[in-house]
Design a protein around this ligand. Sequence first.
Ligand SMILES: C[S@@+](CC[C@H](N)C(=O)[O-])C[C@H]1O[C@@H](n2cnc3c(N)ncnc32)[C@H](O)[C@@H]1O
Length: 297
Amino acid sequence: MPWLRIRLKTGREQADSVSEAMERCGALAVMLEDAGDEALFAGPGHDSPRLWAQTSLSALLPADIEPTRFADEVAALLGIDKPPAWETDLLPDQDWERVWMDRFQPLHVGADLWICPSWLAPPPPPAISVVLDPGLAFGTGTHATTSLCLEWLATHSLAECELVDFGCGSGILAIAALKLGARSAWAIDIDDGALAVTCENAVRNEVHGRLTATLPDSLPAGIQADVVVANILAAPLIELAPHLAALTRTGGVLLLSGMLEQQAAEVGLHYSRNFIVESCQRDGWALLVCRKTPSGD
Ligand SMILES: C[S@@+](CC[C@H](N)C(=O)[O-])C[C@H]1O[C@@H](n2cnc3c(N)ncnc32)[C@H](O)[C@@H]1O
């Protein structure tokens, strides 16, 4: 049986009520997506909204539903005269779980590193695989801010390194670094949920004995690492500059990600006293590779 999909755009404030109205009028599922190109992250003092300024809603309905009637009913429930502009298409019946799973393919980074969902067989050694499923915590490797960091980690020797992953999300960067040869890793996040997911992923990848997941305030004083990676956002990266600089050992490297290309110069300025800063870009995002000089202590 084919399915009818009705798509429309709303503002952030209306998205939840429109979605609920669509469900009450018979939608079997409503998917909310970014209708523009807006990244959502969270951080202290930078509470990012949960939805996008322009949010696209796709409602899945039985194919025999009359779209105009559905849209009128949604408008009536919302107490508005006219439904927002909408478009429809017919979707062939599918195994929706299968479709969702097929979207996540192994991600190959550098020469040997693979990020693989658990339902696919990881490539055999010498490939180095991180098994990681998409979930609530950010970080499957597909976003440019993560893949820029992964690529740096996969193309530099991490043997015997101590690493700090500041803003660990799913733990992808810390776990990849441990699999690539780092000795130990601190995974830090302000979100307890992210820390829990990081611990689960560390167990699944058998690196839990070398990883400590903790809130920023619980990090022991005086910790320093050879590699510190922080994929957060421009504003917290600026705010955290003294802290991240202190966490990086002299001669070590600090990777800063999560900023747009046009924000890179300003973020770099806040680190230029302690570090030699170089930048690279992907899809409009920038990675700053900062090397801590002896005079930077
Ligand atoms: C964009 S995600 C990055 C996740 C993962 N490291 C990656 O590269 O895919 C940013 C993470 O940083 C965390 N975060 C935001 N601000 C933070 C802060 N000030 N201190 C520690 N973690 C923070 C968020 O909770 C989120 O899990």
